[in-house]
Design a protein around this ligand. Structure first.
Ligand code: NAD
Length: 368
């Protein structure tokens, strides 16, 4: 029997082939992998803070199950394996995960790593023939996003983006009301998305890994929300950047951006994306005949809100539980969600983010 320390050393230096682990190790769990078909069998890539939340929420999923892990940290593989009952043959690191191609237990890989890594990781997973679920923002710009969409198409696998709000019941109620004309002609959307970011050394403040600043991380919720609340695609943007701390928010890492979007119907959106305030999470949709107000609007919930007809009421279930069960239905049954979560949907947001950065740079309106 190898000691835990020897085992971890072996795992650290293991860069090729599978399994990663010496067969005498009993540190990994034995488990029963569901057979192909009813359950979406998911490998999680990147075992950080959001992956932890996703994994816990998936424990009560009806149709999605974690059956594999991809991490550069051997001790995390051991701990997660024990917690979620993942066999050692389904554990990979960032060097060898292409071998997932030969693993019949795994249907899809959920990429939950820093934004700047999403493109290459998505392309590798697609080439391995597995469906991809990738966290938002799908990439760091639209060129990368398009490469990801193309790679998944070429490989014949689905690409879904982790837009959990697209399955959130109160959000869907408001979208349904708008679709039914209950707000009348939509005139205005306001989206405010932000929080105060801490540790200046984290990857979210590193241009290469984050692709930008608050816009990539939290401002994207106001962009995406404006699109599903208004129900149109913007045709122009304007934007203004404010930076109070140029040391923490270096070149290319935005602290605060105010931006405006214009829609074909004449509706306009006025939004704020920031890393500089304590808490900002509010949507307001206004039409000729009614309104919807949500605060919090995109946090982990419960989402709270009201319309001109009264309080929004719906049961709160962890967003990631609903998301993963719905994504299982999309991948396994071809279900069409009310608000898309595919790669093209992610790409629309990337194009708008590119345009917002451009509008800041040229200090003028950018046509989409
Ligand atoms: P995190 O820092 O907590 O986790 C990132 C993970 O990636 C870590 O386990 C880290 O070890 C791993 N990693 C691999 N290569 C790395 C590298 N070169 N540099 C740094 N870390 C590396 O971050 P997070 O909050 O879990 O965010 C991960 C992704 O999930 C991001 O794209 C983020 O936008 C997204 N996210 C989405 C939501 C949501 O509600 N949908 C919420 C939070 C984060």
């Amino acid at each position: 029997m190898v000691s835990r320390r020897n085992f971890l050393e072996k795992l650290t230096i293991s860069t090729v082939g599978l399994p990663l682990i010496c067969s005498t190790s009993n540190l990994f769990a034995a488990t029963t992998i569901p057979s192909k078909g009813e359950t979406l069998r998911v490998a999680i890539m990147g075992l950080g803070s959001y992956a932890t939340r996703v994994a816990e929420a998936m424990e009560v999923c009806k149709r999605a199950k974690i059956v594999g892990l991809i991490s550069g940290t051997p001790s995390k593989l051991v701990a997660w394996s024990a917690k979620y009952g993942i066999p050692e043959k389904n554990c990979y690191n960032y060097e060898n995960f292409d071998a997932i191609k030969n693993n019949p237990d795994i249907d899809a890989v959920y990429i939950i790593t820093p934004n700047g890594l999403h493109k290459d990781q998505t392309i590798r997973v697609a080439k391995a023939g597995k469906h991809v679920i990738c966290e938002k923002p799908m990439a760091v710009n639209a060129v990368e996003g398009k490469e990801m969409v193309d790679a998944c198409k070429a490989a014949g696998v689905k690409l879904l983006i982790g837009y959990r709000m697209h399955f959130e019941p109160k959000t869907l109620k408001v979208v349904n009301m708008r679709k039914n004309g209950e707000f009348g002609k939509i005139m205005f959307f306001q989206g405010q998305s932000g929080f105060r970011i801490g540790d200046p050394t984290q990857w979210r403040l590193n241009k290469e890994l984050a692709g930008g600043g608050s816009m990539m991380d939290i401002g994207i919720y106001s962009i995406n929300g404006a699109r599903y609340m208004v129900g149109e695609e913007p045709i122009w943007v304007t934007a203004q950047e404010t930076k109070t701390d140029p040391v923490k928010f270096k070149e290319g890492v935005d602290e605060t951006i105010q931006f405006q979007m214009g829609f074909p119907s004449g509706a306009v959106a006025s939004c704020l994306s920031t890393y500089a305030v304590g808490h900002l999470d509010r949507f307001f949709l206004d039409g000729i005949d009614g309104f919807a107000e949500m605060q919090p609007s995109t946090g982990y919930g419960p989402i709270m809100g009201r319309t001109h007809e009264g309080e929004l009421i719906a049961e709160h279930v962890a967003h990631q539980t609903v998301q993963m069960d719905e994504m299982a239905a999309i991948i396994l049954d071809g279900k069409e969600p009310m608000i898309p979560v595919n790669g093209e949907e992610g790409l629309k947001d990337m194009k708008i983010i590119d345009a917002i950065y451009k509008a800041v740079e040229i200090d003028n309106r950018v046509t989409l």
